[in-house]
Design a binder for this molecule. Structure first.
Ligand code: PCP
Ligand code: ZN
Length: 385
């Protein structure tokens, strides 16, 4: 048995915090079943050193809310946002979505945390390829959403079959150290693993060999280049921490040696324990990165939901708990600046960001594809600090 919730559990509200079930009971007993609210999703403080967040997870939230008597306004999935900006607003009878608040926040926070970190790593990579290798850090049941979050956040590829299938892309990956270990033990020569890899995998799979298992990276890279010649697409250096020292110098030495021997086309990829600083430090000497744990377990984008208006006697009354800003708000993108204004007031500048996606339970706007969201994110990355 896996300790995972089924889609039915989620849609039926079974994954809710218990106090929402009790809240529903109390409101029903008090005859307050039809009170309509406007509930705003926002965050008060970004993680340390973060200047923006990336709003993702909307596609699944719309799936969850479809058919419920609510109207949903939200920034398009993949929009960069700042502190105290509403990213989404749910309007309708509170009891229509009270037991879904936990799930909605869980979807938005988990997606946005991974996507924001993926975007930061992709930005640190300065245009170089950045593959998400983090499946092994996660419970397999949620792994496809992590792949989607990393992909729409800007990663160029994902490594799992299921994640790639759901995204409609080919899975990206190279080979594990296990392959060379077995060939070394069973046939006395770990480089035979590369030969059998080349003979075995489909022709469209790039021949990227792991060149750090037993020998020095420069040595293994040259052995691979000599063995596979023009069939060798690249080498992956996943150097163990005990040998890592100055990774940049190791990469520069491998690059120099490959070029010296006429293998200028062989690319160099690096993986293993990478985060933003290491990616930024290596981006001018490598052709791409494999990043796992740092994206799979990112700092939390702490979105929260707060009621900001309640309908009383047919009129919307602004109301919030202390520390929040009452009232239904729109966010305007004014060039590189943002403005938040009361919904319905004249636009202070630029373009409104929150759009209507669901009206009274019916989807009124088609969500973009995952690759369109990723392109949208990459366009924004260029102007984000
Ligand atoms: O989570 P990260 O620290 O960013 O690491 C991500 C990489 C590194 C790891 O190497 P190994 O653990 O050696 O695994 P394998 O031999 O199976 O490639 C594996 O290749 C992951 O894809
Ligand atoms: Zn390994």
């Amino acid at each position: 048995m896996f300790y995972t919730a089924s889609p039915e559990d989620v849609v039926s509200g079974k994954t809710t915090d218990i106090y929402f079930l009790r809240t529903v009971e109390v409101l029903k007993n008090a005859g307050l079943t039809d009170v309509k609210v406007r509930a705003e999703f926002h965050l008060s403080s970004l993680p340390k050193d973060y200047r923006w967040g990336l709003f993702t997870g909307l596609k699944e939230v719309l799936e969850l809310l479809r058919g419920r008597r609510v109207t949903v306004y939200a920034m398009p999935e993949g929009t960069a946002f700042y502190e105290n900006e509403p990213v989404m607003v749910i309007e309708g009878p509170y009891l229509e979505f009270a037991v879904l608040e936990t799930a909605i926040l869980g979807i938005l926070r988990h997606y946005s945390s991974i996507s924001t970190k993926a975007a930061r790593v992709k930005k640190a990579a300065g245009g170089k390829t950045c593959l998400f290798f983090g499946a092994r850090a996660l419970h397999p049941a949620v792994q496809p959403m992590a792949d989607r979050a990393a992909y729409i956040g800007g990663c160029d590829g994902v490594a799992t079959v299921k994640g790639a299938e759901m995204l409609g892309v080919k899975p990206s990956g190279t080979m594990p150290h296990a392959l060379m270990i077995i060939f070394r033990a069973a046939m006395g020569d770990h480089t035979l693993a590369w030969l059998w890899f080349d003979r075995s995998v489909p022709p469209d799979v790039p021949r990227i060999v792991l060149a750090d298992t037993f020998l020095d990276e420069r040595e293994e890279a040259l052995l691979a280049a000599r063995m596979l010649g023009p069939r060798l697409h690249g080498v992956r250096l996943d150097t163990p921490g005990s040998r890592r020292g100055n990774m940049r110098r190791i990469v520069e030495e491998v690059r120099w040696a490959l070029d010296l021997h006429g293998y200028r086309d062989v690319k160099i990829y690096v993986s293993g324990g990478l985060d933003e600083p290491q990616v930024a430090a290596l981006r001018d000497v490598v052709d791409g990165f494999g990043v796992g744990t740092a994206i799979a377990f990112p700092p939390s984008i702490d979105l929260s939901m707060d009621i900001v208006e309640v309908e009383v006697g047919g009129r919307w009354v602004p109301i919030t708990k202390r520390g929040k800003l009452p009232g239904f708000k729109q966010v305007y993108k004014c060039g590189s600046r943002r403005a938040v204004a009361k919904w319905g007031e004249p636009a202070p500048c630029g373009e409104p960001l929150l759009q209507k996606w669901i009206e009274e339970g019916a989807l009124v706007k088609t969500p973009p594809s995952d690759s369109e969201i990723r392109e949208y994110v990459l366009r924004q990355l260029a102007e984000l600090e």
